[in-house]
Design a protein around this ligand. Structure first.
Ligand SMILES: NC(=O)C1=CN([C@@H]2O[C@H](COP(=O)(O)OP(=O)(O)OC[C@H]3O[C@@H](n4cnc5c(N)ncnc54)[C@H](O)[C@@H]3O)[C@@H](O)[C@H]2O)[C@@H](O)CC1
Ligand SMILES: Nc1ncnc2c1ncn2[C@@H]1O[C@H](COP(=O)(O)OP(=O)(O)O)[C@@H](O)[C@H]1O
Ligand SMILES: [Mg+2]
Length: 288
């Protein structure tokens, strides 16, 4: 097992080239946010924008569009229930599917249709309600065509998907079940198993553990924020394991900075602080 640390993250978060534009840093579409869980998709979108995605679009319940535009005018918004959603899917490099989506029949239909629309040139990140829906409908795995799939369950969501009880979740079991669920259908899968010490796995059997993070971060919306940040890193730094590792680390490093002076750390504060954390990493000695 390897450790995710500052050295690793600073190899990914480099100084930006002067000759670049928003297209250079990738397009990300976030899909989620039911009437009940509007905050989840807002926090994910805020994570994506503040992590540096070139262009961020959100597909959400119409009731969330005005709050989103008011809070985050940098993001574009479309109606989750419009057929235009599938044209949008085709236009983006990374699709983040699930934060606050809910698990009712309508959510399930959208989830299944998006899942099979994402092409092999694109990355699909599945989080939150998306993972619950996948666990309830495992036959959908065979319909995934995405070039890279990133799963970001917390331990309970992984229990639902893998059928490994939280107490029995260890590296060997996690890798075995990840392979049995995905390896015949999807070639490139990364599992981010979130906990107080998040571990990251891939189908090649690599295992990494996060070295940052703190209990101040145990607040609803923290994972939604990580989903947005990870999607933005994949869009900006490329569809590879290192982008995911750096995202996990930066999210927690921002949390650790804030925890020094705060009893708890809010997800939206992590997003706000992220550009400073990324600047610091980009200026570290490795990048000079
Ligand atoms: N402001 C909002 O709109 C929020 C919406 N949310 C959305 O709510 C939906 C349900 O998500 P939930 O995660 O609440 O799912 P659930 O409430 O369905 O399941 C979470 C359960 O897992 C347990 N658990 C065990 N180990 C855990 C671990 N290591 N980390 C976290 N939980 C662990 C929790 O105690 C809890 O009982 C998702 O779509 C999510 O995006 C949540 O993210 C919270 C904030
Ligand atoms: N005690 C802790 N120490 C470190 N990180 C934590 C701790 N508790 C929660 N986190 C982090 O917060 C996030 C929680 O994700 P998740 O459970 O999906 O939240 P939500 O669904 O409410 O957005 C994960 O990235 C997890 O690693
Ligand atoms: Mg979550």
């Amino acid at each position: 097992m390897k450790i995710i640390d500052e050295d690793l993250a600073s190899r990914v978060v480099r100084l930006r080239p002067g000759k670049s534009h928003k297209g250079t840093y990738g397009r990300i579409l976030l899909i989620g946010g039911s009437k009940q869980y509007g905050g989840a998709i807002l926090m994910a979108a805020e994570g994506a924008v503040m992590a540096g995605a070139g262009l961020t679009t959100v597909a959400t319940d119409p009731s969330n569009v005005t709050p989103l535009r008011t809070r985050l005018p940098e993001a574009m918004a479309i109606d989750l229930y419009s057929p235009a959603l599938f044209d949008q899917v085709a236009k983006n490099d990374v699709i983040v599917l699930g934060p606050g989506l809910g698990t009712d029949e309508q959510a399930k239909n959208i989830f299944a249709k998006v899942l099979e629309t994402v092409s092999k040139e694109q990355t699909l990140l599945i989080d939150a309600s998306g993972l619950t829906l996948l666990a309830q409908n495992r036959e959908l795995i065979s319909r995934i065509k995405a070039g890279l799939v990133v799963l970001t369950p917390h331990q309970m969501e992984w229990q639902w998907l893998s059928s490994i009880k939280i107490a029995d979740q260890n590296d060997q079991e996690n890798l075995k079940v990840l392979a049995s669920l995905f390896s015949e259908k999807v070639k490139n899968v990364i599992l981010v198993l979130k906990s107080h010490r998040t571990r990251v796995y891939d189908l090649a059997g690599r295992v990494y553990q996060n070295s940052a993070g703190n209990p101040g971060m145990a607040t609803g919306g923290m994972g939604d924020t990580l989903a947005g940040i990870t999607g933005a890193f994949l869009a900006q730094f490329g569809p590879r394991l290192e982008s995911v590792l750096a995202a996990v680390y930066c999210h927690s490093l921002a949390g650790d900075d804030l925890y020094q002076d705060n009893y708890l750390v809010l997800p939206t504060k992590i997003s706000e602080h992220l550009p400073q954390v990324m600047k610091r990493l980009s200026l570290s000695s490795k990048n000079r």
